[in-house]
Design a protein around this ligand. Structure first.
Ligand code: PLP
Ligand code: COI
Length: 340
């Protein structure tokens, strides 16, 4: 594929093949690959009227020895089931989820960026209510799809530190849908995101919606903080998305790098005590934060605005080393895509 991989951003580039399966009368059809990238729907489809839609995000990587792999897709499949249950959608069998991912990556393998290019293939599985509903209730028919698109860094500048602000908007309600990957969580973050961008910030730090004293996450990534003594701290809350990247980083920190890890409530007033701050997720990987603006009060992380801090750098190198097959992975983390 003749692409300037080093200069692509996080945007949609259409590839040839995608996977589609339809749910009707209580059962999923056989499903399969198609080149059709548009969808025709009832004007009254559940997804269009009441936002009944969920999604996942994972990546495919080319390893140094030329294999194509994904990272812990079983956890994406499991989280997809959790999201489906919460929105009263049918479950898509988890082994079929992984098979669909394999098929779409394999069919578009010329779009998987080469090893060392800095780009990766982003994989987007999703499901939505496709039949008509006008009274508020779950749809009776659903469509499951997977497409892929090559992507570069989520934030412009790659791993250059960003500036974020504490938001006055909430992304989730207590006992709401913050812990699942539903499109509605992202729709309601758009106004907060655009106002943050207009004021010069890359992202929002959302607080716990009940007391507004604790750190939750951003619109698309979990937080990790490094204390001055080197301990990794990550917020615990029922309304943040359980990031697979964050869970993997905590494992790497504790079991590979021998760091102390604390998964607990993190108070806004603790922010000045941290040495480093990063956003982590499939899209964000680990994106360092240089400054956090809390209503005009600037909290500058000691790691500064020039480079990622030393501890996050080590975590970044270890995580991406595992994902790219340079470092040995814990059992079951690397899923090779069969390329027939
Ligand atoms: N938090 C939110 C709100 C997200 O959308 C994402 C992206 O998936 C994450 C965190 C990171 O999760 P993961 O590491 O599983 O990609
Ligand atoms: C991901 O990291 O996969 C996400 O879904 C985040 C999204 C905001 C791009």
């Amino acid at each position: 594929m003749d692409m300037d991989w080093g200069s692509i951003g996080f945007s949609y580039n259409k590839t040839e093949w995608r996977y589609v399966s339809n749910y009707k009368q209580g059962a999923w059809d056989e499903g399969g690959l198609t080149q059709e990238d548009t969808i025709t729907l009832s004007e009254c489809a559940g997804v269009l009227q009441y936002a009944q839609t969920i999604f996942e995000g994972l990546k495919a990587y080319t390893t140094a020895d030329g294999r194509v792999v994904t990272f812990r897709p079983d956890l994406n499949a499991a989280r997809f089931s959790d999201s489906a249950k919460r929105l009263e959608m049918p479950l898509f069998p988890e082994e079929r989820f992984i098979e669909a991912v394999e098929k779409v990556v394999c069919a578009n393998r010329q779009w998987v960026p080469p090893y060392g290019s800095g780009a990766t293939m982003y994989i987007r599985p999703y499901m939505f209510g496709s039949s008509a509903v006008i009274g508020v209730k779950p749809a009776e028919e659903y469509q499951f799809r997977v497409f892929v698109t090559p992507v570069g860094p989520y934030f412009k500048g790659g791993i250059k530190p960003i500036v974020i602000r504490v938001s006055d908007f909430d992304r989730a309600a207590p006992h709401g849908t913050g812990d699942i990957k539903a499109g509605l969580n992202y729709a309601m973050s758009l106004h907060a995101l655009i106002t943050a961008h207009n004021e010069g910030f890359s992202e929002n730090m959302y607080l716990d919606p009940a007391t507004r004293t604790k750190v939750e996450e951003t619109g698309g990534a979990n937080f990790i903080f490094i204390k001055k003594d080197g301990t990794l701290v990550t917020p615990k809350s029922g309304s943040i998305l359980p990031s697979i990247t964050r869970r993997s980083i905590c494992y790497v920190a504790e079991h590979i790098l021998g760091m102390k890890v604390e998964h607990r409530e993190v108070f806004l007033e603790e922010l000045p005590d941290f040495a480093e701050c990063g956003l982590c997720g499939t899209a964000a990987v680990i994106s360092p934060v240089g400054k956090i603006n809390d209503h005009g009060k600037e909290i500058s992380l000691p790691s500064g605005m020039e480079n990622i801090g030393p501890v996050l750098k080590e975590l970044y190198d270890t995580l991406t080393g595992i994902q790219l097959g340079k470092l040995e992975a814990p059992e079951g983390w690397i899923h090779e895509i069969p390329l027939d």
